[in-house]
Design a protein around this ligand. Structure first.
Ligand code: NAP
Ligand code: MN
Length: 275
């Protein structure tokens, strides 16, 4: 049976996706939260519970990306085990127990990617990415001078370039041949999307792991059809002069209580049983 013991009055909010299965699980979770004495506070929660998939946690993150110093996240997956969604739907009582006992000082923190766009007219815009940010063009070849902390490294030609956080390494990054990184490694990575390589054009042709201290910039040629993604969000921009990436976007905090180690999750998601 669930706690009727001394409750904490912690301020929580639930972010969910719109699947029917999630609706059932979220309703059950909501009841348990009330029974545990949590206070529902959409504006200023201490803990945001995401119910759905990893994508739902990304949504929750962007909903609260201006409150990251005071918010801690916890994810419930209403399917298979997720990367950010560490609990499964049959573990709701454990979710409550975990929230009751968690302390801010024990939260797990992971670095975020700062994405700074400079437009040709001098304007600057900043985004934060939890998984990755990808720059592409709608149809033509993207051409970019790739600079690592101002050092001109290569001229990239191809479909696009993806820059991923450690926790984002298992997402889009992995699909395009990037390395899976343990999230305790403080570094980020640049991965090519369909680079052109022939006798005239030359890129490294491998994913690059960038040290935390460095920045990566893509100086772009003048074009009006750039598409920039930041996790699940899409921005259509014209006249971008450059995009600069760094791992100093602050951190996301997760409630301490996750019970599945990183490589277990990787195996669980991508390998399955070893025969
Ligand atoms: P989605 O199309 O539902 O996501 C694609 C898949 O990526 C889903 O299975 C999602 O898990 C999973 N995913 C998300 N973050 C992950 C992570 N850090 N590690 C491992 N898997 C992860 O779109 P979405 O749910 O809004 O998520 C957006 C993210 O999806 C993007 O940031 C991008 O990384 C990824 N994506 C990947 C591809 C690809 O690999 N070709 C294509 C598009 C988008 P859930 O089912 O649990 O949500
Ligand atoms: Mn999804």
């Amino acid at each position: 049976m669930i706690l009727m013991k001394n409750t904490t009055g912690k301020r929580i909010w639930i972010v969910k996706n719109d699947s029917q299965k999630t609706a059932v699980i979220a309703a059950e979770l909501e009841q348990l939260c009330r029974a545990a004495g949590f206070v529902f506070d959409e504006e200023n929660p201490e803990i945001v519970i995401s119910v759905g998939g990893d994508g739902t946690l990304l949504t929750a993150f962007h909903d609260y990306e201006r409150q990251l110093k005071t918010v801690r996240f916890i994810g419930v997956h209403t399917g298979h085990l997720g990367f950010y969604a560490d609990f499964q739907e049959h573990e709701l009582e454990q979710v409550i127990e975990t929230i009751v006992h968690e302390k801010p000082s024990q939260a797990f923190k992971y670095p975020l990617l700062k994405v700074q766009i400079k437009f040709t007219d001098g304007r600057v815009k900043t985004h934060l990415a939890l998984n990755e940010s990808i720059i592409r063009r709608a149809s033509k070849t993207l051409v970019a001078d790739v600079k690592i902390s101002d050092f001109l490294f290569e001229k990239f030609r191809g479909d696009g370039l993806a820059v991923s956080t450690p926790t984002g390494s298992t997402a889009y990054n992995k699909s395009i041949g990037g390395a899976v990184m343990h999230p305790r490694v403080r570094a980020f990575q640049v991965t090519e999307v369909a680079s052109l390589n022939n006798l005239i054009y030359r890129t490294l042709g491998a994913a690059m792991i960038i040290a935390e201290k460095d920045t990566v910039a893509f100086d772009l040629e003048n074009a009006d059809d750039y598409l920039l993604t930041v996790d699940q969000l899409e921005y259509f921009y014209d006249r971008i002069a450059s995009v600069t990436y760094s791992l100093d976007g602050g951190e996301i905090a997760f409630v301490n209580g996750g019970h599945t180690g990183f490589w277990h999750r990787v195996k669980n998601s991508f390998i399955g049983e070893v025969k």
